[in-house]
Design a protein around this ligand. Structure first.
Ligand code: HPA
Length: 276
């Protein structure tokens, strides 16, 4: 797929023709976290298959549809299920939804994911505010902005010094504290997957400053920032990363932890939307 403004606009127009207003907030719901979209009012549901050139998620725990409507009075567009690089899509396909959101007028992107805990204090079921990321896939040459720059969106060399919006992070902390909800904070390391990390990988990530690890999010955030979209990010801690090599990581436990995390994520996201 060659990414072009025409392609992005064709998809944006298809979506716009089905919805009454422009979504101000985009939400990407990670593995097992799709339930957050259930509170959206007056929902218009668009399965990914109905959108031309929209990549379809193939992973269990990702429904694969857009839910567009109102959440706490804000017009939102939520992706119930994302697309990962390891499914065989290009980085440009993985991040195409973010480009479409930008053309629809989205100002804020809320990204969520399931992640393994590298920080020793984090336990499955914890919610972590992402304060920064380690772009490991990008460091290995998998940056979604490789190729001709789309000047309509942003500059060739976008800044990433404050990728996760400080004001939005402050709102998330405020909501968590008002609701007496423990909100962890930390650095998310984004790998390509799909194999989980080896114990040596994880010890390396810990030394490098990562608190949680997963297989998504970072490329979406880069594209969001390139286009000037403000970002708020959360990791739902689904498992303890296995630094000592004595436990096995399973996709099933990642899905099960989602059940614990959805109510917390729901509280924080809706609280932040009320304050915007
Ligand atoms: N590693 C990578 N990705 C993940 C993990 C993990 O331990 N848990 C959920 N997504």
């Amino acid at each position: 797929m060659q990414l072009s403004l025409e392609l992005i606009d064709r998809i944006a127009q298809t979506i716009q023709s089905k919805i009454p207003s422009r979504p101000r907030i985009g939400i990407i719901l990670g593995t097992g976290l799709g339930g957050v979209a259930e509170k959206i009012q007056n929902p218009i549901v668009i399965p990914y298959q109905e959108l031309p050139d929209w990549p379809v998620s193939t992973v269990m725990g990702h429904t694969g549809q857009l839910v567009i409507g109102d959440l706490e009075g804000q017009p939102v567009l939520a992706m119930q299920g994302r697309i990962h690089y390891y499914e065989g899509y290009s980085m440009q396909q993985v991040t195409l939804p973010v480009r479409v959101m930008q053309r629809l007028g989205t100002e804020i992107l809320i990204v969520t994911n399931a992640a393994g805990a590298i920080h020793p204090d984090f336990v499955p079921g914890d919610l972590m505010l992402i304060t920064d990321n380690l772009n490991l896939a990008g460091m290995s040459g998998l940056n979604p902005l490789i190729g001709p720059n789309l000047d309509e969106f942003g500059p060739r060399f976008p800044d990433m010094s404050q990728a996760y919006d400080r004001q939005l992070c402050a709102l998330a902390r405020k909501v968590a504290s008002e609701n007496k909800l423990l909100l962890r904070e930390g650095v998310y390391a984004g790998l390509s997957g799909p194999s989980f990390e080896s114990p040596a990988d994880l010890r390396f990530l810990r030394i490098a400053g990562a608190d949680a690890v997963g297989m998504s999010t970072v490329s979406e955030v880069i594209v969001a920032r390139h286009g000037g979209t403000r970002v708020l990010g959360f990791s739902g801690i689904s498992n303890k990363a296995n630094l000592d090599g004595n436990t096995v990581t399973l996709h099933e436990e990642v899905l099960a932890a989602g059940q614990l995390i959805v109510p917390k994520l729901d509280t924080v996201i809706r609280g932040v939307l009320r304050l915007l």
